[in-house]
Design a protein around this ligand. Structure first.
Ligand code: NDP
Ligand code: MG
Length: 384
């Protein structure tokens, strides 16, 4: 029997790699639904190749275009994503949209008893407590796709006798650059990630190390660990994708070439391990060097800010995530400088009043509020 799968964000970096994995395992998966944003041409070729029954796009005009061209049920906008999340025939949903739009469909899918392969870390950053509670109540699987979390998931066994989680970070493109060089960093240098090819938002987050901070929050929720028991280690080669330290001093790490195909495939096929897309195996002799460094929290203050937000809890990570995302979009739009991303995020964060134990509605309201506020500050160029 083929596993029936839906992919939200099929036109993105994770989405396209997931479809590459599925192409190699076509006897194992049936793609029931896909969703894209605005990349209609790529959606066209995905419709032709995978023959999904449902396709969701962001804009009405694009929905109209596609429904004239294909005999497929075309859905649209946020409601379309929710409709996919409710489809009876879907067993597993890969949530690979970027940003806050992943949250509602993930929750809807869990309530509809779907297993989730989660790439969209913002979902757990914004509403980890709510999501994890729903996962338990509905007895569904929440399978991490983020490479570090996949690594921990593969090492942790049942979580018994674990002392620490060790999350590795490549350090991004500015690891060896001075503050001065970072001050003048343009888009091209911020997007030149040394190890991973990803969507633009997460690539900029990897350059500020905000991504690692968001991943610490993600790990806290996924594995139910205190923040003080989650360590971040810079490992420029990105061969060790993360590790788990047990009480007796043993450390189990997951190692492999830096490729998202592997964690994507592991999540989609779980609990099976299969021979799929990746043929190149990791060669210790060729790799030669495994280096490790302490993160530079002074040069990369976003990492500390994110961990602080996680420790505060409530809607603090919602504020952090929304302010950062708006600031990153402004940087991508050439409106602010690279170092301004942190400055705007910090300014918003410092003046924010946290709501404890928020409901989903409060989370979404706060998220909206913070985005508007951040935009206003950016438009007014209001920095100290
Ligand atoms: P991309 O930017 O490459 O892809 C995002 C996807 O979401 C695209 O399909 C895009 O559509 C779609 N999308 C964007 N905005 C909307 C919208 N308003 N409505 C509907 N769809 C929309 O991102 P990535 O694949 O890099 O990342 C996706 C998620 O996975 C993020 O949360 C990221 O943090 C996480 N992640 C990514 C990793 C990676 O290696 N890329 C690693 C670990 C986690 P379109 O392009 O058609 O407009
Ligand atoms: Mg990651």
């Amino acid at each position: 029997m083929k596993k029936k799968i839906a992919i939200l964000g099929s036109t993105g970096s994770i989405g396209t790699q997931a479809l590459e994995v599925i192409s190699k395992l076509s006897d194992k998966f049936e793609v029931v639904a896909i969703s894209g944003g605005r990349n209609i041409n790529l959606l066209r070729s995905q419709i032709e190749k995978f023959s999904p029954k449902y396709v969701c796009v962001q804009e009405k005009n694009d929905a109209k275009l596609l429904s004239d061209e294909y005999n497929v049920k075309i859905l649209c906008g946020d409601d379309g994503l929710l409709e996919i999340a409710r489809l009876k025939e879907v067993e597993l949903i890969l949530v690979a949209v970027s940003g806050r739009i992943g949250l509602k469909p993930t929750i809807e899918a869990i309530k509809n008893k779907k297993d989730i392969a989660l790439a969209n870390k913002e979902t757990l950053v914004m509403a980890g407590d709510i999501v994890i509670k729903l996962v338990k109540e509905n007895k569904v699987k929440l399978l991490p796709v983020d490479s570090e979390h996949s690594a921990i998931f593969q090492c942790i066994n049942n979580g018994k006798d674990v002392k620490h989680l060790i999350i590795t970070a490549s350090g991004g493109p500015f690891r060896n650059k001075s503050k001065e060089e970072m001050l003048n960093a343009d888009l091209t240098s911020a997007l030149a990630h040394p190890r991973w090819k990803m969507g633009k938002k997460i690539t900029v987050d990897s350059a500020t190390l905000m991504n690692k901070g968001l991943e610490v929050i993600e790990a806290h929720h996924l594995f139910n660990f205190d923040y003080d028991d989650i360590k971040v280690v810079i490992h420029p080669q990105s061969y060790i994708h993360s590790a788990v330290e047990f009480k007796d001093g043993s450390i189990i790490a997951q190692i492999g070439i830096p490729s998202m195909h592997i964690p994507i495939q592991y999540a989609l096929c779980y609990p099976e391990r299969v021979e799929g897309i990746e043929t190149e195996s990791f060669d210790f002799i060729k790799a030669q060097k495994f280096e490790f460094y302490e993160p530079d929290y002074e040069k990369f203050p976003s990492l500390k800010l994110a961990i602080d937000a996680g420790k505060i809890g409530g809607t603090a990570p919602v504020c952090l995530n929304a302010a950062n995302e708006e600031a990153v979009f402004a940087f991508l739009n050439n409106e602010i400088s690279f170092l301004d991303i942190y400055k705007f995020t910090k300014k918003i964060f410092d003046s924010y009043s946290v709501i404890n134990n928020p409901t989903l509605e409060q989370i979404l309201e706060e998220d909206d509020k913070i985005r508007i506020l951040t935009r206003k500050l950016i438009n007014a160029k209001e920095l100290i």
